[in-house]
Design a protein around this ligand. Structure first.
Ligand code: TYD
Length: 218
């Protein structure tokens, strides 16, 4: 049995997850919780190398199944090295993306379907499921617009080459968005869906309400 809490954040690129994770982390720490922040892909030395491979525009020819397998390879490493030990130590682990991302992006976006993703999750993640998933799904069009603007900016500066998914066509992101909704409908007990055009503060308030409830549960 794990003692900590495992909280994941999900959403499209440009949904504001990064800002919300920072605010949630500060909120948890102010209340005396010890947190571990993780992101996927990445967050371990091996995972960061897998991340580079997955997100680089140089990996253009990567097969969807290979892409999915690498996402799970990264996850296996993160679970062993960081997530399980942190949970066993009673920490609150806040992870930017987890298996729902694979289901949405590879299962939905790349059209591999949910079944294969859930099967790999079962085998590779060994029953580790989030206690709570905060799914940020603002309306699709403004999200796509924000992601495009972010991309433009990244292309004009000398940042890391990490835009392979953001460069996908709108139809890909639409499939991701639809798959996320499907997951939220399927697992209402785990997933809190935060939708529509909400400001940063409103989203934060919804997040802390859901997290408070999750932490209060034994
Ligand atoms: P990242 O720069 O972390 O994006 P964001 O800030 O939007 O989370 O890039 C992660 C990208 O990898 C993102 O486009 C989603 C994609 N991804 C998958 O396709 N499958 C997965 O299982 C995970 C974890 C991420």
């Amino acid at each position: 049995m794990t003692k900590g809490k495992f909280i994941t954040l999900e959403g499209l690129d440009g949904s504001g997850k990064t800002t919300q994770i920072k605010r949630l982390d500060a909120w948890l720490r102010e209340r005396g919780h010890v947190t571990t922040l993780m992101r996927q892909p990445g967050g371990t030395a091996t995972g960061d190398r897998i991340r580079e491979l997955l997100l680089s525009s140089k990996s253009a020819g990567i097969a969807p199944m290979a892409e999915m397998a690498l996402m799970f390879a990264d996850r296996a490493q993160a679970i062993t090295e960081v997530i399980r030990p942190s949970l066993e130590a009673g920490k609150v682990v806040v992870c930017d993306r987890f298996t729902d991302s694979t289901e949405a992006y590879q299962g939905g976006g790349r059209e591999l379907g949910s079944e294969v993703v859930l099967e790999l999750h079962r085998v590779i993640c060994g029953g580790l499921n989030p206690d709570l998933t905060l799914m940020l799904l603002p309306d699709l069009e403004p999200s796509l617009e924000r992601a495009r603007r972010r991309n433009q900016k990244a292309n004009n500066t000398a940042g890391p080459d990490e835009n392979r998914f953001e460069l996908e066509a709108d139809a890909f992101h639409r499939r991701v968005w639809e798959k996320y909704h499907e997951i939220a409908r399927r697992e209402p007990g785990r997933v809190v869906l935060i939708e529509g055009a909400l400001g940063i503060e409103d989203v934060h308030q919804r997040i802390v309400a859901a997290v408070s409830e999750c932490i209060a549960k034994q």
